[in-house]
Design a protein around this ligand. Structure first.
Ligand code: MG
Length: 305
């Protein structure tokens, strides 16, 4: 059997499990996105955006619908209290699902206008919520509702624990997409996926220095060489595991591509999961794939909510 991975740099060797193999653990979706793992419940949730549903997958392969309609939910994350935080194209909003199942609006407007279509979200250790707001969910009726943008830019926003929303990135991006903090939260990484509609846009992840509640001047951190960067995760050693057209591309903390995990469908996003948090769950077009790796997410094992 051909290896499922491609070694670009010796540093990748310690991150992969050579005995592992890529498993297709679920299929039958239109566009799978936004995987999030709940350690306390040992379940994976993810979006099937065009089908307006959030799916639930258990480690033994039991698949069920968690919520439908989902407001065209896209990216999800888990906050420090173990609650689901979600982006919705259809609602043009970010919400939080409380432990009792009720849904709290986190952000749907800024400066007098509706948001475009929040895409992906991350929660900082201080409880603040950071999300990207490209226009993918309002460009047509497949992944949301066709609408005119009411924001002058495709920005990135921060919502404080007091509910105050600020725009932390204005017009640096054609389409900002996945985002994640470095392990010490000194940097915020944000993916540029604008090549989806304009081939001249570079497929890069920018790194922003975090300066309190704001961001400093960015630099280009790494470049994806197949398709575009959508969702990505940072492991606790600071490596970036990024979605791409040919699978997952892995970048060391210095931004060098050190290897790839090949996936037979275009990858939109991924998350760490499983009992030891060493299993990558990969949402890739019509399917979810899983692979055991020698890496773990930021915060683990302290954060087991
Ligand atoms: Mg995305």
């Amino acid at each position: 059997m051909l290896p499922y991975y491609e070694l670009k740099d010796p540093r990748f060797r310690s991150l992969i499990q050579p005995q592992a193999h890529l498993e297709q653990v679920a299929t039958g979706f239109r566009w799978a996105e936004g995987p999030v793992w709940f350690p306390a419940a040992q379940v994976l949730l993810f979006s099937d955006i065009p089908n307006q549903r959030i799916m639930r997958l258990t480690p033994d392969g039991q698949l069920s619908v968690f919520r439908q309609p989902s407001g065209f939910a896209n990216g999800h994350t888990r906050d420090r209290e173990g609650r689901l935080v979600s982006c919705h194209h259809g609602l043009r909003a970010v919400t939080r699902t409380e432990h009792d199942g009720s849904v709290t609006m986190i952000a749907d407007r800024f400066d007098g206008g509706q948001l475009n279509s929040p895409n992906d979200v991350v929660v900082k250790s201080d409880g603040s919520i950071w999300f990207t707001d490209p226009t993918y969910g309002i460009l047509g009726d497949y992944e949301g509702y066709r609408s005119d943008p009411e924001q002058p830019v495709h920005g990135v926003y921060r919502v404080g624990t007091d509910g105050a929303i600020t725009r932390v990135v204005h017009d640096d991006f054609v389409q900002p997409n996945g985002l994640a903090f470095s392990p010490d939260e000194s940097e915020l990484y944000i993916a540029e996926s604008g090549s989806s509609h304009d081939a001249s846009v570079p497929s890069i992840i920018r790194a922003y220095p975090v300066q309190g509640d704001t961001l400093g001047r960015p630099r280009v951190h790494c470049t994806i060489d197949a398709g575009l960067p959508d969702g990505f995760r940072v492991d606790r050693s600071g490596n970036i595991w990024c979605s791409a057209a040919d699978g997952i591309q892995v970048f060391a903390p210095d931004g060098v591509m050190i290897g790839k995990i090949k996936v037979p469908e275009v990858v939109a996003n991924l998350t760490f999961g499983g009992p030891a948090q060493n299993r990558l769950f990969i949402t890739a077009t019509t399917s979810v794939y899983a692979i055991y790796v020698e890496a773990m997410p930021c915060g683990w094992p302290d954060d087991q909510t």
